[in-house]
Design a protein around this ligand. Sequence first.
Ligand SMILES: Cc1ncc(COP(=O)(O)O)c(C=O)c1O
Length: 389
Amino acid sequence: MTKRESMEFETRCVHPPRGDFDGTGAIATPIYQTATFAHEGLGEDGATGSGYDYTRQQNPTREQLERLVADLEEADDAIAFTSGMAAVRALMELFVPGDRIVCSGDLYGGTYRLFDQVLTPFGLAFSYGKSTDEVLARIGEAPEGLRAVYIETPTNPMMNVFDIRRIAEAARAAGALFIVDNTFLTPYFQRPLTLGADIVLHSGSKYLGGHNDTIAGFLAIRGQELSERLRFVAKTTGSGLSPFDSFLLIRGIKTLALRLDRAQENALALAEWLGAHPLVTSVRYPGLPDHEGYALSGRQATGFGAMIAFSVADAALVRQILARVRVIRFAESLGGTESLITYPVLQTHADIPEQERLEIGITDKLLRLSVGVESAADLIADLRQALGD
Ligand SMILES: Cc1ncc(COP(=O)(O)O)c(C=O)c1O
């Protein structure tokens, strides 16, 4: 077989790093549905000397998935968690009261809720910048106590694009860890570790799983010391992904490139169609040349993804669209084969205080669309009837 390093990304998605299990020749990764592993004798791990001990610590199915994600993100290690939020929570165990973290000003609402309602009372201090320049300014403001910079790019839901290279440089100069939530673009389109990030975070419930059927999360890590510290947290707090869900993620990742190519093609068609609609007042999609992050996206990513945010002329229209869509489903989440439409103000971002929400642009007229892999013509027809054409 060709050496893994010389394989293209698409091939590596289909063939996880460890090909064979137990010499059976199984093509699909088996689900090792076991809680524990027998020892041959005192001081010997696992019946086969495999090193497995107890599934909370490690399991062959999860390990296969972790190696795959590490490989795709060009990381030294990756850890699979029970959800994206469990991954964020485990990551935050690196910090202690008094530590300061600078964030992009438009984060997934659940991440904001964790920072604001769980970790701020615990003593961590979070500040937010709405653009690359604002994040750089926050980093420069008070270097003492600054421990990390945490961004999403593109952001959820406003699709703002942050400059990974510039922020990486500033974070490094300040001695802070740089964490990038890469959920929206996935390693197929963007690899932040190659641009200077230390840790990449994923909600694996989205594009990596890809079928709206599993909740999962990942940390992909650069450096052995960081990986050891985070592995210790994961095994100690017991937030590792189950063998069955690990299997579903391995299966989902096989078609990652195919799904994203198709979803992105659909997203561009929908963004252009929405942009020309008289009842649509603005469209946020970085793949449109008039998006302010279009050129930057081209420099740091190989694609624009398939998430769109758009605003309609009045809030009553939102109710109508959500009631009328048929092919597109009105549901939280994103990144699956099915197109989903979400109302951030009442769903994903309901926990952000109103003033901050409005400053970011999350109004009662904003909808978020996760474009799936259906036919673009059917999706446009669905939006057309939902808008009342
Ligand atoms: C960008 C982003 N990060 C993290 C999360 C949290 O992931 P999970 O829902 O898997 O816990 C989400 C969930 O929507 C998200 O959109």
